[in-house]
Design a protein around this ligand. Structure first.
Ligand SMILES: Cc1ncc(COP(=O)(O)O)c(C=O)c1O
Length: 417
C-alpha cells in the first residue's frame, strides 16, 4: 500500500498544474501566521498595526450608506480614476487619460499580475532586481515569463544605496526581454532609485524595446531628503512604462485591496481584459473612499513621512543594540539586516533548516517571540539571502517596546564583536 506522502506526491504530479507546483506559499504571510501561533511580536509582514486616518474611514462608511454597493465599472469607478490621474499629474507632472489609461484592481498585487499576464508571451524574459519583493517570482511563473536576476549589493556603509553593476544589468537585457520589473522605493532594501539609475535603465528599455513595470507603492515613504521619481517621468519612458500603485501603504489600508495600473492605451486595453476575468473589480465603496483619500492635502503626506522617520530610527536602534548589522533604508518601511554577527542555537534540531536565515527566523519567532522574514525569500537562489533577515517598522510604539523587551534575551547569545 502506498504511504499518504507518496499518494500526495502522486496527486501533485498528476492533478496540480506544473506552474502551481513551482512556487510555495508566501513566506511573508506564513511568518504572520507563525507570529499569531507563537504569540510573537510581528515585525514580518508590512501591514500597519495602527488605525487608518479617520477621514478615510468616514468616506468608506459614507459610501456604503450612499448605497455604492454594486459592481463598479470593471476598470474602476470614475471618481477614483479621476483622482488617480490628478494626483499623478500633481506629484509626477505626467498626464494620463482616465478613460483609456487606467485599470483599478484588487490591490497592486492584482495590478502587477494583470499587467504581466497582459504583456508576456511564451519565451519572453523579464529583468528583476534582486533581492526582490517575494510576489515577483510567482508573478513570473504564472504569467510564463523567464526572469533574469540582477543583484543589488548591500551598502558597504550607512550611506550606501544597494547599487547594481551597470554591465551586469546591460547583460541581462536582450532580444527576448519584454520588461524590467522595478520597485522604487524598494522592498526589502529601502533603496530609492536615482534619476541617473532610471536613465540608465531607460536607455536599455529603449534599446531593447522593453516595458518598465514599476511598482511605486511606497512613493510617499521617503527619508533623508530622497525624492521619488516615477519611471513614467523619465524622458522617453511614459509610453513604455506601466506604473503599479495602490492605497495600501500610503493610507494604511492594506486590507482594502485597492490598487491600479497606469499604462498607455494598448497595454491598458489588455490589462483591463485580464483584470475583468480575474476579479471583475475592486470593492466599489472602497474605490469611492479612495477618491477622497487621494485628494488628501499635502500635509497628510508630509505627516506620513515624518511619522515613519521616527519609526525607522526607533527600530534601527533596537536592532543595532540587539547585534544585527542594519542597512539603513532610504524609503519604504523595512530594514534589511545581516545576522552573521549573531549567535543562536541553530544546531538545535527544532530550528534545523537548510539555510541559516530560516533557522534564525524560526528561532526568533518561537524562542524570542519576534517575527521577521528570512532573507532567502527575496532571492532566486535561497542561499544568497542566507545571512539576511528583514524587519518592518510600520508598527505602533507598544509593538516596538514589546520587541525591544524580547530582544533583550537575544543579546545573551550575541557573539563578541
Ligand atoms: C513592493 C510591494 N508591492 C506590492 C505590495 C502589495 O500591495 P497591495 O496591498 O496593493 O496588493 C507590497 C506589500 O507588501 C509590496 O511591498
Amino acid at each position: 500500500m502506498s504511504s499518504p506522502e507518496s499518494t500526495m506526491a502522486e496527486i501533485s504530479r498528476r492533478m496540480i498544474s506544473a506552474k502551481a507546483q513551482q512556487f510555495t506559499e508566501s513566506v511573508i504571510r506564513e511568518m504572520t501566521r507563525l507570529a499569531l501561533k507563537h504569540n510573537a511580536v510581528n515585525l514580518s509582514q508590512g501591514f500597519p498595526d495602527f488605525a487608518a486616518p479617520e477621514e478615510i474611514k468616514e468616506a468608506a462608511r459614507q459610501a456604503i450608506s450612499d448605497d455604492i454597493n454594486q459592481y463598479a465599472i470593471t476598470w474602476g469607478a470614475k471618481p477614483l480614476r479621476d483622482a488617480i490621474v490628478e494626483k499623478f499629474e500633481r506629484t509626477q507632472t505626467v498626464a494620463y487619460d482616465p478613460e483609456r489609461e487606467i485599470t483599478v484592481c484588487c490591490g497592486s498585487t492584482e495590478a502587477m499580475m494583470s499587467a504581466m499576464m497582459a504583456i508576456i508571451n511564451p519565451g519572453d524574459e523579464i529583468v528583476v532586481f534582486e533581492p526582490f519583493y517575494e510576489n515577483y517570482g510567482p508573478d513570473a511563473i504564472l504569467s510564463g515569463a523567464s526572469p533574469r536576476f540582477v543583484r543589488m549589493r548591500p551598502p558597504g556603509s550607512a550611506e550606501g544605496n544597494w547599487s547594481f553593476d551597470h554591465a551586469e544589468l546591460a547583460g541581462a537585457f536582450g532580444p527576448h526581454t519584454k520588461a524590467i520589473i522595478l520597485n522604487t522605493p524598494n522592498n526589502p532594501t529601502g533603496k530609492v532609485f536615482t534619476r541617473a539609475e532610471l536613465e540608465f535603465i531607460r536607455d536599455l528599455c529603449v534599446r531593447w524595446n522593453a516595458y518598465c513595470v514599476t511598482d511605486e507603492i511606497y512613493e510617499h515613504i521617503l527619508y533623508d531628503g530622497t525624492e521619488h521619481i516615477s519611471m513614467a517621468r523619465i524622458e522617453g519612458m511614459r509610453d513604455r512604462t506601466i506604473v503599479i500603485n495602490g492605497m495600501s501603504k500610503t493610507y494604511s489600508v492594506t486590507g482594502w485591496r485597492v490598487g491600479w495600473a497606469l499604462a498607455p492605451p494598448e497595454a491598458t486595453q489588455a490589462i483591463r481584459k485580464v483584470h475583468d476575468f480575474l476579479t471583475v473589480g475592486a470593492a466599489a465603496p472602497l474605490q469611492q473612499a479612495g477618491a477622497s483619500a487621494l485628494r488628501s492635502p499635502e500635509a497628510y503626506y508630509d505627516r506620513l513621512a515624518a511619522t515613519y522617520v521616527k519609526k525607522r530610527e526607533r527600530l534601527l536602534k533596537i536592532l543595532s543594540r540587539a547585534g544585527f548589522t542594519v542597512f539603513k533604508p532610504r524609503g519604504a518601511y523595512y530594514i534589511m539586516t545581516d545576522i552573521s554577527r549573531l549567535e543562536f542555537p541553530y544546531a538545535d534540531p527544532r530550528f534545523d533548516s537548510e539555510s541559516k536565515d530560516v533557522a534564525f527566523a524560526k528561532y526568533l519567532v518561537e524562542e524570542i517571540g519576534v517575527a521577521c522574514v528570512p532573507g532567502s525569500s527575496f532571492y532566486n537562489n535561497p542561499q544568497d539571502g542566507g545571512s539576511q533577515v528583514r524587519f518592518t517598522f510600520c508598527k505602533k510604539e507598544e509593538t516596538f517596546a514589546a520587541a525591544e523587551a524580547r530582544f533583550a534575551t537575544l543579546r545573551s547569545f550575541r557573539s563578541e564583536i
